[in-house]
Design a protein around this ligand. Structure first.
Ligand SMILES: [Zn+2]
Length: 193
């Protein structure tokens, strides 16, 4: 492929820094890297590009090594488009909170992860609503009503739009719920979009 693109020739082992960008672009256009998950293989085959099995699996262009990682990437992207940079998540287990912190690339999104099993004073709940662009109440996980009520009671006026309730388990599902909230609503009437 690189030979056909005039970027290298047979027997050549090195490549100049200057050509590297063109190499990456060319391969990106022609190839779709996938891991061994059947969904990823199928996705790669349907991509219109040449499917290539990759190693390590986090090079997979569909799941980036896991559904969670992919979901995080989509959420980060959606937040960027909306101009959102601060996300409050209330609930979830300590393990899940660690995983979220690990998955969100540094600088991509500021996270405030709140333990949903510990009392949250109303002033603190209000401060979270003030601070965050989105405040996610993660129901169906470790979230006490006493805690979620603090947010629901405080979310009045403009803050109401910040509050999202996702009654789902699992990081991927939580993020899918968030993504739905972040997606722009379909345009009403005519408009350029
Ligand atoms: Zn994959």
């Amino acid at each position: 492929m690189l030979e056909a693109g005039g970027l290298t020739r047979a027997g050549k082992a090195r490549i100049s820094q200057e050509k590297l960008e063109r190499v990456t672009a060319l391969l990106g256009e022609r190839l779709f890297l996938h891991c061994t998950q059947s969904e990823c293989v199928a996705f790669a085959r349907a991509s219109g590009k040449a499917p290539v099995a990759c190693d390590p699996r986090n090079a997979c262009q569909r799941c980036f090594g896991s559904d969670n990682a992919r979901a995080v990437k989509e959420v980060v992207e959606a937040c960027r488009k909306r101009g959102f940079s601060k996300l409050v998540i209330v609930g979830g287990s300590p393990t899940v909170r660690q995983e979220l912190e690990r998955l969100v690339p540094p600088g991509a999104l500021e996270l405030r992860l709140v333990d949903g099993t510990k009392a949250r004073p109303i002033d603190q709940a209000k401060a979270d609503l003030q601070w965050g662009d989105v405040v996610l109440l993660w129901g169906a996980t470790e979230l006490h009503h006493k805690v979620s009520n603090q947010y629901q009671d405080s979310a009045t006026g403009a803050w109401k739009r910040k509050l999202v309730h996702v009654p789902k388990r699992g990081i991927a599902q939580l993020l899918a719920g968030l993504l739905t909230h972040l997606s722009p609503s379909p345009p009403r009437g005519r408009g350029s979009g």
